[in-house]
Design a protein around this ligand. Sequence first.
Ligand code: ADE
Length: 337
Amino acid sequence: MDCMDTNENSQLLARAVPPLLEWYRVCKRDLPWRRMRNPYTALVAELMLQQTRVEAVKERYVQFLEAFPTPEALAAASEEEVLKLWEGLGYYSRARNLHRAAKKIAEEGFPHTFEGVRALPGVGDYTAGAVCSIALGLPVPAVDGNVLRILSRLCADSSNIDDAATRGRYARLLQEVYPPETADFCEALMELGAIVCVPNGAPLCGQCPWQTLCRAHLAGREEDFPVRTEKKARRIVEATVCVLRCGEKYALEKRPAKGLLAGLWQFPFFEGAAPDFGPPVAEKRAKHIFSHVEWHMTGKRIDVCEEIAPYTWVTAQELREKYAIPSAFKAFLPWIV
Ligand code: ADE
């Protein structure tokens, strides 16, 4: 049943706002970006949190803001420094976009409108909505996967949440009921999806402020929602990663400027087999899962007797301090001593 356009759902959502805000005030997690709030820190948090788990972001957010406490400080940094502080968070284009956004903000000031925030590099509807609600007091919905899930359950709505039209309908529905507490409301919706109405496994309905309102729960059908398009299987890439050591130095290469992990540093990486650099002193298998691809890697630690071109040869200390190595290669870092 598609019930999202009915007046009944507007009323249901209007009734759902007060208990949600009440629950959020009592149950919200103490997260670093909730302690200090300005538009810049909110932008940093929301960009880091796109596609990355809260637990993985917490510490990195604090370190990033220690290094770059203001848009001016970030604007003045080099791209290598910014990427180094983003190391391990993945989706590195977010770091490059944030760097570009900081340059724009340092010159023009932080925008005051949804359109202005939306025009910053790397900022889509969701991030613009979150920054506007959280830091600018503007009633703009931020509809991500969490919000789609909790609303589709609240309304027992079987429209496909992967359709852009469904997202648009939820955004309009939220817009109508936005309370003056824009920051709390925006984060309460995310929080309910993150800690109660969870994505994997059974939701914790016993702790939910909507348990007497939620149509899916009342029908005992929580896990029938949301309805989604089945995902395509990921492509599997077999690869060989060569950790070449010459004396005190290790070989690195920069990935191509376009595509997966663009422009980041890696150990010499070969789809399929590697050229013969000599016999490995150690070997291990490792797997890394991206959204559309899985790398199934064989790592080889090999001693070589010259600094082979075209690689960049760096010491262990330089590698740790200056070069951003994506977490796809984490399994091979214990070889760097
Ligand atoms: N995910 C995206 N934005 C978030 C926020 N502000 N708090 C918690 N989780 C989030």
